[in-house]
Design a protein around this ligand. Structure first.
Ligand SMILES: [Zn+2]
Length: 114
């Protein structure tokens, strides 16, 4: 007699603590069933009497829950990155201006005809 792995279907000797192929442990409890739908026990007549919002809400998955500090933290990170980017651009620009001073305007430039 042998046991079949519920995960991969590999046949392992009886009494093996886990699957010989994928090492899935045997005797593990199956995954808990999802919470029952509160509308499942209702009859069709009862469902028809419910407002449409109730049915829509029951079918919609719950919105992803994020910690309340995540949103301000995200904005703070964005602002910090923007500030760092601006600072880097300004630093590059000032360094470029030092190496390439702007051409003096007016009489300093020699005219081609003179
Ligand atoms: Zn397996």
């Amino acid at each position: 007699m042998s046991v079949w792995c519920p995960s991969c279907g590999f046949e392992s000797p009886d009494g093996a603590p886990w699957c010989d192929f994928c090492k899935e442990p045997f005797g593990k409890k199956p995954k808990p069933a999802p919470p029952p739908n509160p509308l499942a026990g209702l009859s069709k007549e009862q469902l028809l009497e419910l407002p449409a919002e109730t049915l829509l809400k029951a079918e919609e998955p719950p919105p992803p829950s994020a910690p309340p500090w995540l949103r301000p933290l995200t904005w703070a990170m964005l602002v910090i990155w923007l500030a760092l980017g601006g600072l880097a651009l300004w630093s590059l620009h000032s360094r470029y201006s030092e190496q390439h001073p702007p051409a003096p305007s007016g009489s300093a430039r020699p005219l081609p005809n003179q």
